[in-house]
Design a protein around this ligand. Structure first.
Ligand code: FPP
Length: 256
């Protein structure tokens, strides 16, 4: 059993949905005297590690923030190297994802991506669509506000065409129109790189998430740090707006 798996006291304390903001690639590269693109390349190893571990643990969904709506404003050279990395990595990894039973989906404004990257994404999604294991979402050209606006636009279109009445729009229907659709809300958000911000990630779906901030730079993220995040989550009392007493009455501690 790996270090992260062995630290889980009970499957009841395992998050169903983990989201990760993978920050710190550029600083990692600078510290080694390398180009920023090398930091992004080094960021692939912890991605593989988290996918493997979450699959083994039985986590239902893992959503990774790979490229934000705002990242388009980075130097053209860095944007191009990141797009190239997504293009090659998606193709290279899709076979392994298949063997692990992982279902891959890209969330974000895919129309902003090149036609050939869109095609590669569509093919990887198709090849893994029948897999029943971990649901892996890669957020590319994604912004939480963009997501809310595109959902509102979709529902407004349905209202305009008469397929939907405005009074039929409730939280569940709105959530269903977001990029994550029917996936469960995020339980645990991990952000590496030392910043303590949401940075426009999954604004709706993070409503009740526990937030774990790590000072590790993403390429240095390892199983021990994942285990610490899971231990932190297991120790949280999740109240969803109730009082601590109400929560304990609903879930009294089990006698050992
Ligand atoms: C943020 O670090 C990281 C990114 C913008 C890119 C994340 C991409 C990867 C980890 C590659 C993953 C690839 C696949 C296919 C999953 P930063 O550049 O903002 O770091 P800094 O804050 O130190 O400058």
């Amino acid at each position: 059993m790996t270090r992260a798996a062995s630290s889980i006291a009970s499957p009841e304390t395992l998050p169903r949905h983990i989201a990760i903001t993978m920050d710190g690639n550029g600083r990692w590269a600078a510290a080694q005297g390398l180009a920023r693109s090398s930091g992004h390349e080094a960021g692939l190893a912890p991605v593989r590690l988290c996918v493997e571990e979450c699959s083994q643990l039985g986590v239902e969904a893992l959503t990774l923030f790979a490229f934000s709506s705002e990242n388009w404003s980075r130097p053209a050279e860095e944007v191009a190297s990141l797009m190239g990395l997504f293009f090659s990595a998606i193709d290279r990894e899709v076979g392994e994802l298949g063997r692990k039973g992982v279902r891959l989906r890209i969330i974000g404004d895919r129309k902003a991506l090149s036609i050939r990257l869109q095609a590669r994404i569509a093919s990887a999604e198709q090849r893994t669509a029948g897999n029943a294991g971990l649901r892996l979402q890669l957020a590319v050209s994604y912004g939480g506000r963009w997501d809310i606006v595109q959902a509102a636009r979709k529902l407004a279109g349905q209202c305009a065409s008469g397929a939907l009445r405005p009074d039929q729009i409730d939280e569940a229907r709105f959530a269903g129109a977001l990029e994550l659709g029917a996936l469960p809300d995020v339980d645990l958000l991990i952000r590496t790189g030392g910043e303590r911000r949401i940075s426009n990630f999954l604004l709706w779906n993070l409503a009740y998430a526990e937030l774990y901030f790590s000072d590790r730079l993403w390429p240095d993220f390892d199983l021990a740090e994942l285990a610490r995040a899971l231990e932190f989550f297991a120790g949280r009392e999740r109240r969803f707006g109730l009082t601590g007493g109400q929560v304990q009455a609903e879930h009294p501690p089990v006698a050992q």
